[in-house]
Ligand binder design. Sequence first.
Ligand code: GLN
Length: 386
Amino acid sequence: MSERFAAKRMQGLVQSDIRRLTIECDKVGGINLGQGICDMPTHPLVKQGAIDAINNGKAIYTHAMGLIELRRKIADKIKAFNGVSYDPETELCVTVGSTGAFAIGVMATLDPGDEVILIEPFYGYHLNTLIMAGITPKYAHVDLKTLALDRASVERAVSSKNRAIVICNPCNPAGVLFSEADLKWLGDIAIKHDLLIFADEIYEYIAFDGRKHVSAAKLPGLRERTLTLGGYSKTFSVTGWRIGYLAAPAAIMKRAAVANDLLYVCAPHPLQRGVLAGLDAPASYYEDVRAEYERGRNMICAALEKGGFKPYAPQGSYYVMADFSKLGWTDDQTASRELLARTKIAAIPGGAFYEPGSRRGEKLLRFCFAKPLDVLAEACQRLEKL
Ligand code: GLN
């Protein structure tokens, strides 16, 4: 294909493995444990809220920052669950998914040539959104065997050009739930070097083994430099609705809200109303969702062990990274291809979550277990038999 019309910012960027695997999986009618599509039932309140909104003609633009009723409810949720206060008028923006929240946060605060720290294994869309914005990534690491943050790697990644650090917590893809001590330590680094923190907390309700999610913005001194990304894709199983939010101090939000207006105008109106209705769900709903994912995590980790993988059991989120060395595949692309061919199960090559060209992900696959339990059980049977 001719590169004549290609923008420099897109150089090297291609369709993600996350998306590619869904297409490959659909071709063979497989079970998609690749992309985190999250095809679980949507809460009835959420569905009815959107249906009513459509029937009642709620079809025009909302405020660029989203419906104020929704912003108020999200602010109440953040206060109660995350322990941080935001003014719904000036510090919250309803976005086109948390991906949209990241995009407007980046547009509002970073310039081409800035450096940003990502913690490997990272969510590939963070990396590629930064690249598209002309930003240079720097890499720190988590040790998969212990799920512990390698603090020295963070210190090595800091430079005078560094403007921000991205923390995905619980993290996609390794399921690390950052401890309060690690967040405080990262926060001290951010304060010392005057860095922003992008805290992607979209999996905040999915924490296992009695662990509790801690929001970066809650820690002393961090609210003023933290942009929190959240959303309802995972919590209400509406990944295709694209309703997320950005919470940030007014001085940052002033610019981010303009970016949101320019890029998206607003998030889809009736779907905002669906989420608004869903926020009336009782507390037990969130615990049920969490417990179901914990069951799924236990099932898939056991099946992966039996099948010859070495899974690194996640502390949260709905993904698990697994080492396939014992199964003999030469690299992650081959493993993903062979797995799909032999079992009709899609999983993402580990390289998608590491510095491009580094080979640190080459013995890994990422499996998503956000599946109805009967489908997951069938997938587990196939994995066990490998
Ligand atoms: N967050 C999901 C994943 O990591 C879906 C992302 C996407 O489709 N871009 O698979």
